[in-house]
Write a protein that binds this ligand. Structure first.
Ligand code: ADP
Ligand code: MG
Length: 832
């Protein structure tokens, strides 16, 4: 069902019996003027009528047509937030939730108390909030607390075409919540907003919506974009090709902003540096210009002085100078890293000095105003792309995939795109993840091209050939089909959705990944074990419908992945909880430490990096004075880093000196506070508090902590290959794990790298030149049959020593040996 003016006269506004509510909004004249230019304004009545007459409506339209900023305002004005209920909007990206709430608040001239946002660790929502932007994960958590989402009168699922996992699950859940609310007499509206892409996944899926929801199509004013393909596709050096193309555009083509797509944060920064070096923009380079540019005379004098001062400076090293004081520097390392931006270590293309030749060849007359844009860039820096560039400069935004649909940058005339995107890939069975740069889909390529035609006709330069384009997939796969789903399955079981396989997903995850998730949860004790005997078919069916256990419910109450949730649930014992909270917080925040393996630019920097590296491996000693043993491995280093940093007051200075990422430390601090609250809610008797001057764990506690970590990471166990087992050279210093046939190794950055304990558990395996285990803890073999009985096969009691009667318990004890899992490691005898 598609509605637009031409073919759906019957859904055009009709006189209505109810009095129309209209809540006035006091917008400034220039905002009002800008709004009127948005294509969606022309469709307001049609959209609002469709919403009035249907519980579920799909709104689709080109990026930039005004969906995200305007639809919440339409609803507000129509009174949807004025009674008992608010308007909620979900975004798959944090950056969009924050910046869109700010934009809408500005447009409506309302404070952030009314138009607010909420993301995982922060937000500014209040009791007065009427429009709330949030990440999809935040709304999913709210469903757990209040299944009917009674607080909301309208829920808008934005960017549905991105098909993020939480968005997909929310749509599935809301497809059931909406009729339930109807039945209860408190109807709720669901609006799904999407770019014009594969809307049929939502509308033509009878399991999801038995009555197909109407689709309101917003026809955006899209100007023609001429697409230029490269004749050849550069094999590796797409960054170099990007640089050459941008340089050429800037030197030869008429004014107009340039938008560059690259794959990750590190690449974005390298490109920004390279472009700034080639086309320097110096706000104060000429005294005359500075005076002329200043409107206000005081400003003019200030600038004059500054400019004069600057021009007197000897220009020793222009290459190291940048006109963008705020953006330069440590951002690569300080800014957070999330899935999309990836971990750049082996992907940070060092662009080196090979461009010096080209710099001299070009003689740019107009400076290039270069800005980076990626998902975790600080909000204020990200907002710069919306402002006009300084007079007499050309805007050039170097972005990751965020610029594809989440954010619309004004006045872009040229798009340069490499056809690549960085994605996290998971092995379905082992869960091993790696970041890979892959080709985008045709749909993405067309979205990217569309960014050039928002305000006038534009050009898109694709740095690959049309033959390569023809081989692209049509659409990119929904995220849910590409990642492990254990956390989702646990959350759904906690919502009493036992048959996850029957859930109305817009796109279902594969049966293998559902089975893998269920098996992991069973092994963690979160789900009841299925019956072991019976007919094969029934057993298979039972496997996917296991009910949740009480441990599972406790685990589901922690906002972390099931493995970590189990650690928290177990750590009540021996006063380990405060430590477990830190360990889990640190393990769920990516990249605690600065990247110290990068090539240094000077000898001095080499020294600095070396010192920081040493400090990191000593972190536990800094905190403890004399630290507990190394057996807690990397986990102890994390614990030590957080402990020491909190002790020192979590200052930027402490972090910089010791090679810690300040941003990660702040995130850990927030998560620690949040988890402490959750724990207090789940176990009121715990009455924990966050102690900044916490003491290191005792040697005994360290032992329990190792066991707790092991219980959560049980299937992530690895055993050192003994010299007599060495198959060939490639197994030297290698470890064997139950799930992976290939040798795995301890990551060189691990504190256990040189110690090579016999048994370890690892947090994750990342694949680069080899398979490397990261986040290691050493464990004792005799714990395995006791703590991981689910993986152990017990043998017969040993003949010696003989069974022994214990008068205290009245039981006979004997020793049993066991073997581990499918790979048959012999484990030592334990008393039972
Ligand atoms: P859609 O959701 O359909 O992609 P948006 O509502 O995000 O469209 O954007 C509508 C317009 O608002 C775009 O032209 C965009 O450039 C502009 N816009 C969005 N955020 C800001 C901002 N912070 N400052 C200025 N303009 C903005
Ligand atoms: Mg949008």
């Amino acid at each position: 069902v598609s509605i637009n003016k031409k073919n759906n006269q019957n859904l055009m506004p009709q006189p209505s019996a109810e009095p129309a509510i209209f809540i006035p909004v006091d917008r400034s004249p220039n905002i009002q003027e800008a709004r009127l230019k948005l294509p969606i304004l022309a469709e307001e009545q049609i959209i609002m009528e469709a919403i009035k007459h249907n519980p579920v409506v799909v709104v689709c339209g080109e990026t930039g047509s005004g969906k995200t900023t305007q639809v919440p305002q339409f609803l507000y004005e129509a009174g949807y937030a004025s009674g008992n209920g608010i308007i909620g909007i979900t975004e798959p990206r944090r950056v969009a939730a924050i910046s869109m709430s700010q934009r809408v608040a500005t447009e409506m001239n309302l404070s952030h108390r009314i138009v607010s946002y909420q993301i995982r660790y922060e937000g500014n929502a209040t009791e007065d909030t009427q429009i709330k932007f949030m990440t999809d994960g935040v709304l999913l958590k709210e469903v757990q607390r209040d299944f009917l989402l009674t607080k909301y009168k309208v829920v808008i699922i934005d960017e549905a075409h991105e098909r993020s996992v939480y968005t997909d699950i929310l749509i599935g859940l809301l497809s059931r919540i909406v009729p339930l609310r109807e039945k209860k007499g408190q109807p709720m509206k669901l609006i799904i907003m999407s770019a014009t892409l594969r809307v049929e996944d939502f509308t033509a899926n009878k399991r999801l919506f038995p009555t197909p929801p109407p689709v309101v199509q917003v026809d955006a004013r899209q100007f023609p974009v001429i697409v230029h393909f490269n004749k050849r596709t550069p094999l590796d050096d797409y960054a170099g090709e990007t640089f050459r193309k941008v340089s050429k555009i800037h030197r030869m083509l008429p004014p107009g902003g340039i938008l560059v797509f690259l794959t990750g944060q590190a690449e974005v920064h390298s490109m920004c540096r390279r472009l700034r070096r080639a086309f320097p923009y110096r706000p104060n380079s000429s005294v005359k210009e500075a005076v002329a540019a200043a409107d206000d005379s005081v400003e003019a004098i200030k600038k004059f002085k500054k400019a004069k001062h600057k021009s007197n400076l000897p220009r020793i090293n222009l290459d190291n100078y940048s006109a963008m004081p705020v953006d330069e520097g440590d951002e690569d390392r300080e800014a957070g890293i999330d899935d999309e931006d990836g971990v750049g270590s082996d992907l940070d293309l060092d662009l080196g000095d090979d461009d010096s030749e080209e710099v001299t060849k070009f003689d740019p007359s107009i400076p290039l105003y270069v800005l980076p844009l990626y998902s975790l860039l600080a909000a204020e820096k990200q907002a710069k792309v919306f402002r006009s560039p300084p007079n007499g400069t050309r805007l050039c935004v170097v972005a990751t995939n965020v610029a594809e649909t989440s954010l619309t940058i004004p006045n872009i005339k040229y798009v340069v795109e490499c056809g690549k995107v960085k994605k996290r890939f998971y092995d379905k069975v082992t869960g091993v993840s790696s970041f890979k740069i892959t080709w985008i889909s045709q749909a993405s390529a067309n979205q990217r091209a569309g960014r050039a035609g928002r305000t006038e006709p534009g050009h898109c330069y694709r740095l690959y050939s049309s033959a390569v384009f023809a081989d692209f997939e049509k659409f990119s796969a929904a995220e849910i089909t590409r990642r492990p789903v254990d956390d989702l399955v646990l959350q759904m079981k906690d919502l009493n959705i036992e048959k996850v396989i029957n859930f109305p997903f817009p796109t279902s995850p594969s049966p293998e990944s559902l089975i893998a998730a269920e098996e992991l949860l069973i092994s963690l004790g979160a789900l009841e074990e299925p019956p072991k005997h019976g007919r094969f078919k029934e057993l298979e069916r039972a496997k996917l419908t296991c009910p949740i256990t009480s441990l599972g419910r406790a685990m589901a109450s922690f906002p972390v992945a099931p493995r970590y949730a189990k650690m928290l649930a177990l750590s009540k014992q021996h006063d380990c909880m405060p430590y477990a909270i830190i360990i889990v917080s640190a393990m769920t925040v990516r990249e605690l430490f600065e990247q110290l393996d990068r090539p240094a630019v000077s000898d001095e920097e080499t020294e600095k990096l070396k010192r920081k590296k040493a400090r990191i491996s000593q972190m536990k000693w800094i905190w403890a004075g004399q630290g507990p043993s190394l057996k807690l491995g990397d986990v102890m280093v994390m614990l030590g880093a957080v402990g020491a940093n909190e002790y020192a007051g979590c200052t930027t200075r402490f972090c910089t000196e010791n090679g810690l990422r300040h941003k990660a430390m702040i995130e850990i601090r927030r998560l620690r506070g949040q988890l402490t609250n959750v724990v207090n809610a789940v176990f009121p008797e715990a009455s924990l508090f966050v102690d900044p001057k916490m003491k290191p764990p005792t040697e005994t506690q360290v032992m329990y902590l190792r066991q707790i970590v092991m219980a959560g990471l049980g299937d992530h166990i690895a055993r050192k290959i003994q010299s007599e087992e060495l198959l060939d050279g490639k197994w030297r210093n290698a470890y064997k794990t139950p799930l992976i046939d290939e040798p795995v190794f301890i990551h060189p950055n691990s504190v256990l790298f040189k110690h090579l304990p016999e048994f370890v558990v690892y947090q994750e395996i990342v694949e680069s030149s080899k398979m490397y285990m990261k986040g290691l803890t050493s464990i004792e073999s005799e714990w395995i049959p006791l703590l991981l009985p689910q993986y152990s096969h017990f043998g017969k009691p040993l003949d010696t020593p003989p069974p022994r009667y214990c008068p205290e318990t009245g039981r006979v004890k004997c020793h049993r040996t066991s073997t581990f899992f499918r790979i048959g490691w012999q484990l030592p005898a334990v008393e039972v």
